[in-house]
Design a protein around this ligand. Structure first.
Ligand SMILES: Cc1cc2nc3c(=O)[nH]c(=O)nc-3n(C[C@H](O)[C@H](O)[C@H](O)COP(=O)(O)OP(=O)(O)OC[C@H]3O[C@@H](n4cnc5c(N)ncnc54)[C@H](O)[C@@H]3O)c2cc1C
Length: 393
C-alpha cells in the first residue's frame, strides 16, 4: 500500500461499486489507492430475473466473479463490512480487520427483510433472488398442473412495502404471467390481480397511462392504494392497511427492502436504513467525504441498475477530479440528473422502453410495446457484463 496515495474505499461489489472501481482504477491510478469490499464473490445480474421465472434454464449465466470484472489495479476484498465509523473514517470487517479511508463510496444495495410483513415467509413467492426463482418455478408448475381441473383460481401479484428495487419488475411479472397462463391454456380459469400501494400501477403518470391501458386489455385487475399489512396463510387472504382483502391461490410478492445492517446507528441514514445524500452530487451533506449510490442511497429515483450505473459514473468522475486536485471535496459537481432507463417486459415476447430523469418523463416511442425492445432486454446481460460494468458505456 502506498502512503502518498489517496485512499478511496468502495463498499459493495454490485453494479454501482464495480463501475466506480473500474473508472477510478483506470483514470486515477497514480493518485488513488482503490479498494473494493464485497461480501459476495460474484456480481449478479438481476434485470431479467422476472423473465427467468418462465424458462427452465440454469441461472448460472446471471453472475460473474467480481475479481474478473474489476480493473486489476483495484484491491478486491471478499469480506463482510460489519460497522462504519464516520468520525474516524474507517470500516470494520467480520474478519476483525479495520480499513481506513479518505473517501468512501457506499454501494451495498438493499437486503430483503422477509419478517417485516407477517405471513410473507410462509405464503409469498418472489423472483428477487436465485432461491426465490427456484421455489417460484416449482409453485408455478404445481399451479399449472392443478389448473387442469378447470376450477377458477386467483393469481395475485403484489408489493410488500415501499421502496423496492426496480419499480417495473412486478409489472413485468404480471404481464408475463398473463402470457404464460394463456400459453398453458388456463388463463380463462385464472383471475389475475395486481396490488399497487400507490394511486396507479406505476408512479410516473405519463407512463402509467400506457401500463393501465395494457392492464385493461389483458384483463389484469388493478387494485390501487393496496398497502399490504398481513398475509393470512390459513385463509389465503392478503389484508391491506386500508382494510381491503384479496384471496389468492398463488401469491407473487416483492419482498420488503431495507438498507444494510452495518449502517444502523450511523448518523448518515434515514429510518429505513437508506443513506442520505444530495440528489445531484450523491454526497452526504454532513460527511462530504462519503458518497452513496444505487439501491443504498435515499434518492427520489427508481432503485435500479440503470440509475446505479449513471450515479456510479457521476461519483467516479467527481472523485477522479478530487484526487487529481482539480477541485476540493466541498466543490464537487452536480453530475447526476436522475437519469434512469428501464426495458419493461409487456409479455413473454415484447417490451417497452422508459428513459427518464428528474425533470423529464419517458419519451413517446418507448411506450410502443415491440419485439425489438424484447430482444434488447433478453440480451442486455452481455452488454452489462462486457460493457456497462467497465464504466466505458
Ligand atoms: C427482480 C429484479 C428485476 C430488476 N430489473 C431491473 C431492470 O429491468 N432494470 C434495472 O435497471 N434494474 C433492475 N433491477 C435492479 C438492479 O438489479 C439493482 O437496482 C442494482 O443491482 C443495484 O445496484 P447496487 O450497486 O446499488 O447494488 P447491488 O448490485 O445489489 O450490489 C450490492 C453489493 O453489496 C454487497 N454487500 C451488501 N452488504 C454488504 C456488507 N455488509 N459488506 C460487504 N458487501 C456487502 C452485496 O453482496 C452486493 O454485492 C432489478 C432487480 C431485481 C431484483
Amino acid at each position: 500500500m502506498s502512503k502518498n496515495k489517496t485512499k478511496v474505499l468502495i463498499l459493495g461489489g454490485g453494479t454501482g461499486g464495480v463501475i466506480v472501481a473500474n473508472l477510478l482504477g483506470r483514470k486515477a491510478k497514480k493518485q488513488a489507492e482503490v479498494t473494493l469490499i464485497s461480501n459476495q464473490e460474484n456480481v449478479f445480474y438481476e434485470a431479467d430475473l422476472p423473465y427467468r421465472v418462465f424458462d427452465k434454464k440454469s441461472l448460472d449465466s446471471q453472475f460473474k466473479p467480481v475479481r474478473k470484472v474489476v480493473n486489476k489495479r483495484v484491491t478486491v476484498l471478499n469480506e463482510e463490512v460489519i460497522s462504519l465509523d464516520v468520525e474516524n473514517q474507517s470500516v470494520s470487517l467480520k474478519s476483525g480487520a479495520s480499513i481506513p479511508y479518505d473517501y468512501l463510496v457506499i454501494a451495498t444495495g438493499a437486503h430483503y427483510d422477509y419478517d417485516a410483513v407477517p405471513g410473507f415467509k410462509e405464503s409469498a413467492y418472489h423472483f428477487y433472488n436465485e432461491e426465490g426463482i427456484i421455489e417460484l418455478r416449482k409453485a408455478l408448475n404445481d399451479f399449472v398442473e392443478n389448473g387442469k381441473d378447470g376450477k377458477v383460481r386467483n393469481v395475485v401479484v403484489g408489493i410488500a412495502d415501499l421502496p423496492f428495487k426496480c419499480p417495473v419488475a412486478p409489472l413485468e411479472g404480471a404481464f408475463m404471467m398473463e402470457h404464460f397462463l394463456r400459453r398453458k391454456k388456463i388463463r380463462k380459469t385464472t383471475n389475475l390481480h395486481y396490488l399497487s400501494p400507490i394511486g396507479g400501477a406505476f408512479s410516473i403518470e405519463q407512463a402509467n397511462v400506457h401500463i393501465e391501458k395494457k392492464f385493461k386489455k389483458k384483463n389484469i385487475n388493478l387494485h390501487t392504494f393496496f398497502n399490504t399489512e398481513t398475509i393470512h396463510t390459513d385463509r389465503k387472504i392478503i389484508e391491506s392497511l386500508e382494510g381491503d382483502e384479496i384471496e389468492y391461490d398463488l401469491l407473487l410478492m416483492v419482498p420488503p427492502h431495507r438498507g444494510q445492517d452495518y449502517l444502523n446507528g450511523t448518523p448518515i441514514i434515514d429510518e429505513s436504513g437508506w443513506v442520505n445524500v444530495n440528489i445531484k452530487t450523491l454526497q452526504n451533506e454532513d460527511y462530504p467525504n462519503i458518497f452513496a449510490i444505487g439501491d443504498a442511497a435515499n434518492l427520489p429515483v427508481s432503485k435500479a441498475g440503470s440509475s446505479a450505473h449513471y450515479q456510479a459514473i457521476a461519483t467516479a468522475h467527481n472523485l477522479i477530479d478530487v484526487v487529481k486536485g482539480k477541485f476540493d471535496i466541498s466543490q464537487v459537481k452536480e453530475r447526476y440528473d436522475g437519469h434512469a432507463t428501464c426495458l419493461v417486459m409487456t409479455s413473454l415476447t415484447s417490451a417497452m422502453f422508459f428513459d427518464f430523469n428528474y425533470n423529464r418523463a419517458p419519451f413517446g416511442l418507448g411506450y410502443i410495446s415491440n419485439r425489438l425492445f424484447y430482444y434488447f432486454k433478453k440480451y442486455q446481460r452481455f452488454l452489462y457484463f462486457y460493457g456497462f460494468l467497465s464504466g466505458r458505456m
